[in-house]
Design a binder for this molecule. Structure first.
Ligand SMILES: [Zn+2]
Length: 733
């Protein structure tokens, strides 16, 4: 039994750690640990919380349901809730599931189960009305998903019309959209070819520069599938190809399906793709056997499976079995252990990021062939490096140079060092000491309070400057096509590019100094640089590379301050008025604009004629000048997001209902505000009505995708690492 105090401490430190990893993943698109490691931490936290309910907190990461909502897509409610499944990691977990279920339905006999593969894809829900596909939604938060119907054609085996004589009037089917492994291999080959092209110009002797890019080059098929469903760019969409597999029914009218074991056949009779592999098991012991059989076979499937699903066969018992707040009680998901391999860590190298963060990377070789520096083969790919994330992780796992370690790959292409094998440790091995000096410029490294990372804070660190220029020109910022890592590296080492303001002084002669650079490329690059001057203000703010200011914060600032100058002049008070902007960001912004060097660079950007102003907020007829008040909790977005949206269309948000209130957005059955609104005759909007108004304003303002600008969604390496379950608001267009 764990000591109470220790458990409390561990719970609170796990919560902090998980929240920070989630933030890095979601907000900064810089995952610091693998999904598998994240799951392990979350599971540890859940176990501790279960054992110590006295530490319950509604803010715990275990209490939050993931959400894949993103911008550019309309929100729609599912006809019936789309729940996820609870996980089983051991036979004990399975037995507990079986016992709970038998108790709930009052059965003392063995239950009949169906076991099927759990495809590692993105959850989708398709609704057919009288046989026609009427909408396709993502899982979203389980109640409301993104309407991705316009992208349905990317799922090649998804029928727009059902077939057969047994077509239900309404059919809501749930499944996974995924990219077949063979398709993913082709995709990776294309990416590699692109990578090789940009690599051609790479300098010799900068071999370590390839690695960070390579580490982020590939996504896993799951993230790629999730990103593909949300593509706004038809051209990119046309190059992709996904498949779907349906495994359950949400709502059905005009037909009846009684047994899970008959579902696949039923769906196939309608022309819907469904599982080809399933097994029937009597009792949980037999279900476990089937899970093991499936484990042997799943390697031959053309898609990734991360587990098996065990479902009660008799669907008439589902309502009796019931649901918890998050999961149905009649099904559970078995998680297979990811593939592992033994490696020797022959070195730990260091990378310097654009904000000076130092990332340790393990250099790996096949443990069987010590000293030969051969990569190890793990689930079909050669692995020679793994990120160690940060120095706390190294200390936590006591990773040392020369150690033999187990690495694993869950869904990811990037492997994770799971554990060190102490029995293989050499006698003379020493603990790894975190570096004191920047490997690139030699200045002392600093660790900020509350942070896991070590940073080089030398503003003139050449590596940071190079990375900052790359970031500024990247697709997610100023989007200067042709100014990638390789070109920036060359121009930086020639002394032509010292900071990103220098980009706008580049001329053709400078560009001809780049190895193998053709005239046409130089012309195109100069045009792209000119073109980038018109970019939206938020792109410029993001591109400045202010520490902790990610894309989301940059958009918030652009919206709130309307111009770079008012943003630069904003004081503590003005910055803290923006919801969602924390102390750390505020401090970082204030620091950034205190630096004479930064101000000098910004002035040069101004002189080069870059756009420093946000586009005027689109006054919408429905929102302009109107006063809104909110009551209750909206299911589709947070209060601050709703506020921002209303304000972005020229409306205002008041705190209490008065005679001057135009609308009360009510997401609660009863509240004093609701009573007051009725009394005063204020128009009351339901959440759906509010969403419809937003939609209308969005259309009339031409919001979302602007005609002169291609949507920037997941084309390049890094964006694939975006979290598919990241909670983003409608506002994040
Ligand atoms: Zn440095």
């Amino acid at each position: 039994m764990e000591n109470m105090e220790n458990a409390g401490d561990e719970i609170s430190s796990l919560r902090k750690m998980i929240a920070e990893y989630e933030r890095l993943y979601r907000v900064e698109n810089a995952p610091a640990i693998s999904d598998a490691e994240y799951d392990r931490l979350l599971r540890r936290l859940r176990d501790l919380e279960d054992a110590h309910p006295e530490f319950y907190s509604a803010d715990s990461p275990t209490q939050k349901v993931g959400d894949d909502a993103s911008s550019g897509f309309e929100k729609r409610a599912h006809l019936s809730k789309m729940l996820s499944l609870d996980n089983a990691f051991s036979f004990e977990d399975l037995k507990e599931f079986d016992e709970r279920l038998r108790k709930a339905i009052g059965s003392s006999k063995s239950l009949k189960y169906v076991v099927e593969p759990k495809i590692d894809g993105a959850g989708i829900s398709a609704v057919y009305e009288n046989g026609r596909l009427s909408r396709l939604l993502t899982r979203g938060n389980g109640s409301v998903g993104d309407d991705i119907t316009r992208n349905a054609s990317v799922i090649k085996n998804l029928p727009f019309e059902l077939k057969g004589d047994n077509i239900p009037e309404i059919l809501e089917v749930r499944g996974e959209a995924f990219m077949a492994n063979s398709e993913f291999d082709k995709f990776r080959a294309r990416q590699e070819a692109e990578f090789a092209k940009s690599e051609q110009a790479q300098f010799e002797g900068q071999e370590d520069e390839k690695s960070p890019k390579k580490l982020r080059l590939y996504a896993n098929p799951r993230n790629l599938a999730a990103g593909t469903l949300k593509l706004l760019d038809k051209e990119i969409l046309a190059e992709r190809s996904l498949l779907a597999n349906f495994y359950s029914i949400g709502k059905i009218e005009g037909a009846e399906i009684l047994f899970q074991s008959g579902l696949a056949k039923f769906l196939k009779s309608l022309g819907l793709p469904s599982v080809n592999w399933y097994a029937i098991a009597f009792g949980i012991g037999e279900a476990y056997q089937k899970i093991c059989e499936l484990d042997k076979e799943r390697g031959t499937f053309d898609f990734n499976t991360d587990g098996a699903v065990v479902k009660l066969d008799d669907m008439s018992l589902y309502s009796l079995a019931g649901w918890t707040s998050k999961f149905p009680r009649w099904a559970t998901a078995w998680k297979y252990k990811p593939a592992r391999a033994k490696v020797r860590i022959y070195d730990i190298t260091l990378q310097v990021g654009r904000t000076g963060a130092i990332t340790p990377v393990a250099e790996l070789e096949d443990a069987q062939k010590e000293g030969e520096r051969l990569p190890v083969l793990l689930s079909g790919t050669n692995v020679s490096r793994a990120t160690l994330h940060n120095f706390d992780e190294i200390a936590r796992k006591d990773i040392r140079i020369g150690d033999v370690a187990e690495i694993e790959k869950a869904g990811e292409i990037i492997p994770d060092v799971v554990r060190i094998l102490p029995e293989c440790r050499k006698e003379n091995s020493e603990s790894y000491a975190a570096p004191k000096y920047c490997p690139k410029c030699g200045s002392s490294l600093v660790r900020n309070a509350g942070e896991a990372v070590l940073r080089c804070i030398n503003p003139e660190c050449p590596e940071q400057m190079r990375r900052r220029i790359v970031h500024f020109a990247s697709r997610s910022c100023m989007d200067i096509d042709g100014l990638g890592d390789a070109v920036v590296s060359q121009l930086a080492s020639l002394g032509i590019l010292k900071n990103f303001a220098d980009i706008y002084s580049l001329n053709a002669d400078d560009l001809y100094k780049i190895k193998n650079f053709k005239q046409k490329s130089a012309e195109n690059l100069l045009l792209a640089i000119q073109d980038s001057k018109k970019r939206d203000l938020w792109r410029l703010i993001f591109g400045l590379g202010i520490p902790y200011v990610g894309e989301r914060a940059a958009k918030d600032f652009a919206l709130a301050f309307k111009s770079l100058d008012s943003f630069m002049n904003a004081d503590m008070k003005a910055l803290s008025d923006i919801s969602g902007v924390g102390e750390r960001i505020i401090f970082s912004v204030l620091q950034f604009f205190k630096s004479g060097e930064n101000l000098r660079i910004i002035n040069r950007l101004r002189e080069s004629g870059l756009n420093f102003k946000a586009e005027e907020a689109s006054q919408s007829a429905v929102f302009g000048g109107k006063i809104f008040v909110l009551t209750g909790t909206l299911s589709s977005m947070g209060r601050s997001d709703a506020k921002r949206l209303i304000e972005s269309y020229g409306g205002r948000v008041g705190s209490g209902v008065s005679k001057s209130t135009d609308f009360l957005i009510s997401a609660s059955e009863s509240s004093s505000k609701l009573d007051r609104a009725r009394e005063l005759g204020v128009k009351i909007l339901s959440e759906d009505e509010f969403l419809a108004m937003l939609k209308e304003a969005e259309v009339s303002a031409g919001f979302g995708v602007k005609s002169d600008e291609k949507p920037k969604i997941a084309k390049k390496e890094n964006s694939f690492l975006q979290n598919s379950s990241g909670q983003m608001s409608l506002f994040d267009f």
